[in-house]
Design a protein around this ligand. Structure first.
Ligand SMILES: [Ca+2]
Length: 169
């Protein structure tokens, strides 16, 4: 079976109600079957990131892009999981992000890591790693949208700050 046909078949399986688009709930259930347990909020974030229609659900084309994103995340996770523990240490996550082109200062990285490591065991599982990467990409895209002069610094009023935060989660 071609990759496209496979993706189509999977899309139909995930689209439980046969509506032709994948809702947040449908996505959450499908990912959970693959042992990826995400909150509804994170699933909604994934949908928003790839949904160009603004309908809050994704069609086959957007699903293909989301699928590619998740595969890439999974690949980088496995690559940096050198101890084969199924989770990444603090320094492994730091390396993975540097590899992906994100050079965060220690304090910023520490705060972000902590936010995605609620049990504070100093490690991120695959779902946590994906959620963190999703956040970082959205935050980065939002920042870039405000940083029109490419000065790597932005000035936000309170409303813009709320907009930026809401778009990053
Ligand atoms: Ca559906």
């Amino acid at each position: 079976m071609s990759q496209q046909a496979e993706l189509q078949q999977w899309f139909r399986a995930v689209d439980a109600d046969g509506s032709g688009s994948i809702s947040v709930q449908e996505l959450q259930r499908a990912l959970a079957l693959g042992q990826l347990n995400f909150s509804l909020a994170v699933c909604a974030h994934m949908i928003r990131m790839f949904d160009r229609s603004g309908k809050g659900s994704i069609d086959l084309e957007a699903f293909a892009r989301l699928h590619q994103f998740l595969m890439q995340m999974q690949e980088s996770f496995r690559y940096f999981d050198t101890e084969r523990k199924g989770s990444l240490s603090y320094s492994a996550v730091h390396q993975a992000l540097q590899h992906a082109g994100f050079n965060l200062a220690d304090e910023a990285f520490k705060a972000m890591f902590r936010a995605f490591d609620p049990d504070l065991d100093g490690r991120l599982g695959l779902a946590e790693y994906m959620a963190m990467t999703l956040f970082l990409r959205s935050a980065s895209a939002t920042f870039t949208a405000f940083d029109t002069q490419r000065t790597n610094s932005i000035h936000l009023d309170f409303n813009q700050f709320i907009y930026a935060c809401a778009n990053s989660r």
